[in-house]
Design a protein around this ligand. Sequence first.
Ligand SMILES: [Mn+2]
Length: 252
Amino acid sequence: MGNNYGIDNHKIFAANDKGRDFFLGDLHGCIQLLNKILKKINFNFEKDRLFCTGDTIDRGDASVECLKLSRNEWFFSVLGNHEAMLLESKDNPYKKEVWFRNGGLWWAETNEYERVQLEDIILSEFSISLSVETAMGNVGVIHSGYPFHEWPTLDKVELDKAQLKNILWDREILKESQIIFTKGVSLIISGHTPTKTPVLLGNHLFIDTGCGHYPHEKLQKPRLTLCEIASSTNLIFHEVDSKSYNVTGLLV
Ligand SMILES: [Mn+2]
């Protein structure tokens, strides 16, 4: 079962009995902030794993490098609307123009060989959603919305256009503060909509704190957030921008 993109709908990861698991908000080409945060948490590249909410590319200055992260054994990402725009732009000049206006201009500077490689990374490494067994139980990752009531339904369905649109582009949950408890999963972690701090609604946690965005009135301190599941009830957020590193906690 699948989707228009031809990538896996859902990937399942068993518990990491060697090391730790971390969840990363939208990265948007900011490799330096990622390197900084990995240093702060003393990330072990042999044992630890990192799961990203998607949008590894666009806005920051290292989209190619960030997309190539998925070749590593320790880095996994779900598809974001920005990777989807990359795939959809291939045969569609209109979509390419929209994407280029939204951070995709770096693509114009890549060569044909690189383009094939980069597309192949998305097609072979990314999935629409993923599940990880953690100290908090089953934790799901998906870019934005989740159009079903139970997790994970995605491995059993052919996703239609409307469902994919919801998964990649939904802003209603945060805009309307929708409290939804999805069954079959302890926590769903998403990005997509920048917020000042991580936001938990029902069992849906949003951790895009604006990495790659310019500061503006509603988002004065854009930064990269990494979520660590410290115990069955305790989340720790590691947050970096170019100047600071901050740690906060949340009991769930
Ligand atoms: Mn994003």
